[in-house]
Design a protein around this ligand. Structure first.
Ligand code: ZN
Length: 498
């Protein structure tokens, strides 16, 4: 094989992988956005078949020989080809250690579990889903022992979402947050709550749908390449930069829940919509890592979306859809939207207490993966930790352990990304402000300069760099969580007059 032939084969292999991933992704999307529940089993079977083909293609002898050959000729490859080879070889090495039948059975398990979780949550029936989660935890513990026998099983999970992330890093990161945020929450509590009841005034779904479309266009999502649907749990999925889909969930008595979901998922979508053209159809055409992805979504949702300047800008639009908003000043709306209060549901949590929700999940995932906590004891442990960290009583599993979809499809190890992403964002804004007048942009609803900065420093690169490298390159310095704790301190001290 000549080097040119190998390069052509590398591109062709990625094209085939992309086709299977595209089809499997559409199947999943269809299942959660309206595909009949009775078809879940067959969708699961087709999904498993596609996963099997994907497994064969990425771990086959041909792929192995090709990637080894390219790796031996690294110095002749472009930066993108070298990174593609590196990522695909890592995946091949890991997948080959898991027997194909187990891998396929696991994919099918996740697909079925996801459907069962959905109805377990709506029926508030933990026992219905418990056996699925038991199998998922057992499978992940087994995969960890096969792929990285010398590594801690939870570190194996973390690395799946954030290349190189370990419990050691998480432990020290969460320790900083705990030290700074817990006393701040205490001071906020003592200061007394700002009025926010008016946010619960009814806003019909049709008006909220109109608001979603308006927001998507405002932040710069091109309707030719992006859509919105409704699901139990909002998410973003991307098939290429020309087909990015977000979802939301409407509550008639809590319109800001969907509003901020749309801005959050919009942040994920903008990232995918702006990945470099030259990376399309390759394994590099996706976000760098989950924490970098969350750094974008949570940046749009909180740092931009919940800022005073942005709330003032969208105030007339909100006043139009809600007479209760019109009866209050923009400043009152800003404070109500940013009220901080320990609560039960992570996705509805405010910016300040949010990380405590993540710390609870981090503790639980860690002990589950270490075999120190059994799945059957998870709900009780969940409730205890919510009391300990947030001081709230969990009334039932729907508002407790069943609330998030992540574990239902095997996403153990994902949650720390949200907290890390939030912290990355607080450091990024400082760097961005040196080049862009962010306040003026937000006050005038002009997202183009902000999006252009993001494209230039983060989005266009896709997975070309490792997360740590990309961050260092964009920030010009190492990651430092005190930017985040300082940001929270300043914002909430000001809102609550501390
Ligand atoms: Zn997200």
């Amino acid at each position: 094989m000549t080097l040119d032939e190998a390069k052509t084969a590398l591109a062709a292999l990625q094209k085939s992988l992309h086709a299977y991933t595209h089809a499997a992704g559409l199947l999943y999307y269809d299942g959660v956005t309206g595909g009949p529940s009775g078809g879940a089993r067959e969708r699961g079977e087709t999904f498993a078949f596609l996963s099997g083909e994907l497994y064969k293609l990425s771990t086959g002898v041909q792929a192995g020989e090709l990637l080894d050959f390219l790796d031996e000729n690294k110095q002749e490859l472009t930066q993108a080809e070298a990174r593609q080879t590196e990522l695909m070889r890592k995946q091949l090495r890991e997948l080959r250690k898991i027997p194909m039948d187990e891998y396929v059975a696991y994919q099918q398990l996740c697909s079925e579990s996801s459907a069962v979780w959905h109805s377990a949550k709506s029926k508030n029936d933990w026992l219905m889903w418990q056996p699925y989660l038991e199998k998922i935890v057992a499978a992940l513990r087994r995969f960890a022992s096969l792929v990285e026998p010398d590594k801690d099983p939870y570190d194996y999970c973390l690395d799946q979402y954030e290349e190189g992330l370990t419990q050691q890093t998480c432990d020290s990161f969460f320790a900083v947050l705990k030290e700074k945020i817990v006393p701040l929450i205490g001071r906020v509590k003592e200061a007394g709550q700002v009025p926010y009841d008016f946010l619960a005034a009814e806003v019909p779904t049709a008006k909220q749908e109109e608001l979603s479309r308006w927001l998507m266009s405002l932040i710069g999502m091109d309707p030719a390449y992006s859509t919105i649907a409704t699901t139990e749990h909002p998410f973003t999925t991307s098939f290429s930069k020309h087909d990015v889909r977000i979802t939301t969930h409407y509550y008639e008595h809590d319109f800001t829940a969907s509003m901020f979901s749309v801005i959050h998922e919009g942040g994920h979508a903008l990232y995918e919509l702006h990945i470099g053209d030259e990376l399309q159809g390759t394994v590099l055409a996706e976000g760098c890592s989950m924490a970098i992805h969350e750094s974008q979504s949570r940046f749009y949702e909180n740092i931009l979306g919940r800022s005073r300047a942005f709330i003032s800008f969208i105030y007339p639009k909100l006043a139009q859809i809600s007479p209760a908003i019109a009866a209050h000043t923009p400043e009152e709306v800003y404070k109500a939207i940013n009220r901080a209060e320990p609560s039960l549901i992570r996705t509805e949590a405010d910016e300040l207490t949010y990380c405590l929700h993540i710390m609870v999940r981090y503790e639980l995932e860690k002990t589950l993966m270490h075999g120190e906590l059994e799945v059957k004891d998870l709900p009780a442990r969940w409730d205890t930790l919510y009391k300990e960290y947030l001081g709230v009583d969990v009334p039932d599993d729907r508002h407790g352990v069943l609330q998030d979809s992540h574990w239902s499809d095997g996403g153990i190890g994902y949650f720390p990304s949200y907290a890390l992403g939030s912290a990355y964002g607080a450091q990024l804004i400082g760097r961005m402000k040196r080049d862009v007048d962010v306040e003026r942009c937000l006050a005038s609803g002009e997202f183009a300069p902000i999006n252009a900065w993001e494209t230039e420093h983060i989005w266009k690169y896709g997975r070309l760099y490792k997360p740590g490298e990309l961050l260092q390159k964009a920030l010009g310095e190492s990651f430092d969580p005190t930017y985040y704790t300082n940001y929270l301190e300043k914002k909430f001290s000001e809102i609550y007059g501390l």
